[in-house]
Design a protein around this ligand. Sequence first.
Ligand SMILES: Cc1cc2nc3c(=O)[nH]c(=O)nc-3n(C[C@H](O)[C@H](O)[C@H](O)COP(=O)(O)OP(=O)(O)OC[C@H]3O[C@@H](n4cnc5c(N)ncnc54)[C@H](O)[C@@H]3O)c2cc1C
Length: 363
Amino acid sequence: MNTFGKASKVAVIGAGMAGSALARALMDEGAAVHLFDKSRGPGGRMATRRCAWTDAQRDARLTAFDHGAPCFSAQDSAFRAAVAQAVHAGCVTNWQPRLHPQSLPCPDAEQGSAHFVAAPDMTQWCRQLAQGAMPRWEQAVQGLRRTPRGWAVESSDVLWTDVFDAVVLALPPAQASPLLAPHQREWAQRASLAVMQPCWTTMAVSDATPGSHAWDLARPEPGALGLVLRNESRPGREARRDEVHWVLHAKAGWSRAHIDQEPAWIASAMQQALAEWLGAPLRWQHAVAHRWRYAMPHVGRHVVTPSGWWDGRLRLGVCGDFLGGGGVEGAWRSAHALALSMQGVAEPEVAEEAALAKEEFGL
Ligand SMILES: Cc1cc2nc3c(=O)[nH]c(=O)nc-3n(C[C@H](O)[C@H](O)[C@H](O)COP(=O)(O)OP(=O)(O)OC[C@H]3O[C@@H](n4cnc5c(N)ncnc54)[C@H](O)[C@@H]3O)c2cc1C
């Protein structure tokens, strides 16, 4: 057993929920964590974007949209405890959206699950978890090198002079795969075969219409849209009586069929789809589309036993939602499974986990 020392220096690549939760768990055990992310801060797919636009009065405006995961639920008792702590710390809050009367029910509704959102924006929980880690933002990691003294990280054409005792990839599988390939070919292949679903998202502002404030969330059955939410009605978000701040998610099939379309075309098609579904025209003030190539893992019939991949000989690890059953909870659970393996509390159950990966993803 090659366990992970308390004073180790670890590079975690990716500061979404998986990377931030892992950083927290390792720092709590005394490790020094360096957190690399290609974005300007933590959160990953728990994302909020501030859009600059000009309103009809020619005033410059800045409006925030939660354009990644809109919310999450908590099924597992350990994750529920972590959510309760985050609620206590004020960076997560309960959300009870009012459903549009013509909406499909929410997927978790039958289990009576509560919905949670991070506040005041979706990045906030990751930001809190990552506190104390050495951040390296806007660093797209392009390579990992094994040196006699440990791991070196190469990002955006910079080879950092720091050397790490261990390195962990907390990335969507398609982005982890090329970094793994020179060191762990089997994992690289498994990651490259994991199926992720895309999602086109449109962030838009319209004038309020009669009745538009009577509901917060809709899951339309027909048409292109999988989810419609009014961002300004969410806890702690900026609200104006005369405006609606829409976040529209296209269905996975529609997103895949239009994956290479221009964002302007997508925004217009999704605005039209909303007006058709509502049965009324909307007066639009602003709209922009964002493509998530890897929004959600395709999770099959069975719930994957959360796992992280840990190679104690190489001191190389992988975690993320695709190894945890999907979603924010899956990312957190995969990170915690990996932290246990790294600390030698549980040996990685490679054979069992490989069988599950085969069953779930056909790997
Ligand atoms: C539109 C949408 C809707 C969703 N809806 C829900 C929902 O309703 N409920 C739910 O639970 N979940 C939902 N999710 C999924 C949820 O957001 C994810 O499962 C979870 O946040 C994944 O966390 P992660 O840490 O595994 O990955 P990520 O959040 O993707 O984090 C990976 C990080 O790695 C960084 N990165 C990537 N490549 C590199 C590189 N080469 N170098 C450095 N950094 C890199 C990225 O910038 C990112 O910050 C949704 C996601 C999307 C996009």
